[in-house]
Design a protein around this ligand. Structure first.
Ligand SMILES: [Zn+2]
Length: 53
């Protein structure tokens, strides 16, 4: 089971992307959160690749 977020946990914007919902952050916020928390950088990289499709 995966927790799904409807709104960004950082700015409260609606999350429309499936991965963003799983992460709980929008694409711009995930970068900021990722840079603040180094452990999530790999996940950010995956997210960006996914969005370029
Ligand atoms: Zn946000």
């Amino acid at each position: 089971m995966t927790d799904q977020y409807i709104e960004c946990r950082r700015c409260g914007r609606e999350l429309k992307d499936k991965r963003s919902r799983e992460m709980g952050y929008g694409p711009s916020c995930i970068k900021k959160v990722g840079s603040e928390r180094e452990g999530e950088l790999e996940t950010v990289d995956l997210l960006e690749k996914e969005m370029k499709k």
